[in-house]
Design a protein around this ligand. Structure first.
Ligand code: HEC
Ligand code: HEC
Length: 233
């Protein structure tokens, strides 16, 4: 009985999405997630994603593919919608998230719900300077003054406000994203873009290195790096 209003509301707001700013984008994502997720369907749909993001959704160390496991559901959904519409440029993935390939909002919601059942990579790729090294110093101060108010004191992000979790993400992926923001090639919150843009090269390198070492809570991690997703064995 409720499906039709959700569908039509989702449709109307999704049209607004392609013209709108980040805060206005929150609404359609909530609408999409009003669907009761079907995890089994999500697992089947994830098959296509696994070809690039791997069956564990851990991505890869060189950062070509980001880790998806552990990311907030609303953030995943927003990225899917942005990539689908071309708002976020991702030519290799874009064909796989079109309505004709992956289906409507229900399927998107299902795949996101499935991803949220997966544990995170316990050994994600880190930056060049480990804690204790001379170069590591200073990154934490820049993070707390420039990034923590959105991404959280420990990089936990915020599902409601669509701030990505940075904990556990591969260093090379984050560095690439931050460089895209710096060069204005990925649209993000304008205040993040301004903050990132104002950093010196040294500050930029230090803060991204620091972020890559933010610890991930034990409870969110797979037991070890050899863990393989049993759904894809
Ligand atoms: C052909 C390879 C490919 C396929 C298939 C693919 N992706 Fe991706 N995906 C990528 C690449 C590459 C990126 C990172 C692009 C960049 O660097 O901006 C990405 C980024 C993402 C992001 C953004 C993550 C973040 O933290 O910002 C999400 C979410 C995502 N993919 C989900 C999916 C889902 C769900 C599927 C299956 C429906 C899927 N992808 C299928 C290649 C792929
Ligand atoms: C005003 C809030 C805000 C501040 C401050 C901010 N960010 Fe962000 N950041 C965001 C939002 C929002 C996104 C996701 C944009 C989108 O929807 O594509 C993001 C995305 C990112 C990403 C890409 C994550 C992914 O999974 O794709 C990285 C890396 C990042 N921020 C690092 C930083 C760093 C480092 C700082 C401090 C120098 C910082 N951010 C400051 C709001 C902020």
């Amino acid at each position: 009985m409720n499906i039709i209003p959700f569908f039509s509301y989702g449709f109307v707001t999704a049209i607004i999405l392609s013209f709108s700013t980040i805060s206005a984008a929150i609404e359609p994502i909530r609408v999409v997630l009003e669907f009761v997720p079907d995890i089994d369907n999500g697992r089947r749909t994830f098959d296509i994603c696994a070809r690039c993001h791997l069956p564990e959704a851990w991505g890869n160390d060189d950062g070509t593919y980001p880790q998806l496991a552990g990311q907030h559901v609303n953030v995943l959904m927003k990225q899917l919608l942005d990539i689908r519409s071309g708002r976020r440029v991702n030519p290799s993935m874009q064909p796989f998230v079109q309505e004709r390939t992956i289906g409507g909002y229900q399927n998107l919601g299902d795949v996101v719900a499935y991803i949220s059942t997966l544990p995170m990579n316990p050994d994600h790729a880190k930056g060049p300077w480990p804690p204790g090294s001379l170069e590591y110093r200073g990154g934490g101060e820049i993070y707390q003054s420039h990034c923590a108010r959105c991404h959280g004191e420990t990089g936990e992000g915020n599902n409601e406000l669509l701030y990505p979790r940075l904990q556990g993400q591969h260093y090379a992926y984050m560095a690439r994203q931050a460089r895209l923001v710096r060069r204005n090639l990925r649209k993000v919150d304008p205040s993040m873009a301004a903050l990132i843009g104002a950093l010196s090269t040294e500050e930029f390198d230090k803060v991204l290195n620091y972020v890559s070492y933010l610890p991930v809570p034990q409870a969110d991690l797979a037991p070890d790096a050899q863990w393989r997703n049993p759904d894809f064995q």
